[in-house]
Design a protein around this ligand. Structure first.
Ligand code: FMN
Length: 328
């Protein structure tokens, strides 16, 4: 096979690694809605309109969050290979799918904390299983909030009184989505995939079969194949739930929030913490509005994340790297 194309003065192996790290980002239903155009002048990040999820994500907001996460991975990987990335978000005069352009801004020396995040990229997983009862230490909570702030976004840690209201919203949003045939069809298309599929959520990553009394993890990603709960393995009683928020509600804010979410998820991974996303509440407009009010009205809730100490979770598949390239 021909060697991998090169970009920004990197070798073929380095360019391949950079694209691979980007493609390891999380995405709704593991849709992997990103594409890359490589040249010596720039790496362009594009959305892939074929991979939109119109029932769950009609405005492509979560698509941009996922692409923002891929962008953070790209930045970390470029720094790892000594390239300081200069990033233009939503570059002017570019086509409608163009989300970011990265150029070579000179030599970089990756700081140890950033190296730890780069090394966390392949270890991060969405972990839908019950977490241990051990609380997340305060210093770790501060580190998660700082990670989000670095990417021009803010993190709200849900307080105990707020958790009750959030739980009501999460259940309502889930029921509304499951009552919608278009949503159910889209979910069915992307979940319970057989072994060997390159996209979608495989049954073994789905976690235990959701049960009516579960507080938080409600979406069944197994296509009906999830294993029943091991007796006594219930979800943690005092979960840490955080909300990644933007100050405004624009396409640019979505891209910042995606980078913030990913920096937080990688920080969590590097600290030995597990995480999973609970998106129904921010996908249904009515419950997203209520969550916005619950958070005080000023911040735009982008991603709700459950964080804790978990048992190992399986990796999900990714597409062939060459399929991610725009080849003109
Ligand atoms: C914007 C966004 C929303 C997501 N929402 C959910 C969700 O509601 N429930 C869930 O279990 N996983 C959710 N996920 C996690 C994806 O299913 C997961 O990233 C994908 O299957 C790839 O697996 P990985 O994260 O283990 O690499 C979401 C991911 C993203 C980026």
């Amino acid at each position: 096979m021909a060697s991998f194309p090169t970009a920004l003065g990197l070798s073929a192996e380095q360019t391949e690694d950079v694209v691979q790290q980007a493609g390891l980002a999380p995405s709704l239903h593991n849709s992997q809605p990103w594409r890359f155009r490589l040249s010596q002048q720039a790496i362009e990040l594009h959305s892939d309109p074929q991979r939109r999820l119109p029932a769950a994500d009609p405005a492509d907001r979560e698509l941009r969050l996922a692409c923002g996460a891929a962008l953070l991975n790209l930045r970390l990987a470029l720094e790892h290979f000594g390239v300081r990335p200069v990033v233009a978000l939503l570059p002017r005069l570019a086509g409608p799918t163009s989300l970011a352009e990265l150029r070579n801004g000179g030599q970089a020396k990756q700081a140890p904390e950033e190296l730890a995040l780069y090394q966390a990229i392949p270890k991060r997983r969405s972990n839908r299983r019950p977490f241990l009862e051990n609380p997340v230490p305060t210093a770790h909570r501060h580190a998660l909030a700082a990670a989000v702030r670095r990417e021009q976004s803010s993190l709200r840690v849900m307080t105990r009184p707020e958790l009750g209201s959030l739980e009501g919203l999460v259940h309502r949003a889930h029921r509304m989505q499951m009552a919608d045939g278009r949503f159910r069809d889209e979910l069915a298309k992307w979940t319970g995939r057989p072994k060997g599929a390159a996209e979608g959520v495989p049954a073994d990553a789905a976690g235990p079969l959701p049960e009516p009394q579960d507080q938080w993890v409600l979406r069944d990603f197994s296509g009906g194949q999830a294993r029943a709960r091991v007796p006594g393995k219930d979800f943690e009683s005092d979960p840490l739930l955080v909300v990644v928020c933007s100050n405004h509600d624009s396409r640019l804010d979505d891209l910042h929030a995606g980078q913030a979410m990913q920096r937080m998820l990688l920080t969590a991974t590097a600290l030995g913490l597990a995480s999973s996303l609970l998106s129904a509440v921010v996908e249904v407009e009515a419950t997203r509005d209520e969550l916005r009010q619950l958070l005080g009205g000023a911040l735009q809730p982008q991603a709700v994340v459950r964080i804790g100490y978990g048992s190992p979770a399986p990796a999900t598949p990714r597409r062939d790297l060459r399929e991610l390239l725009i080849d003109d």
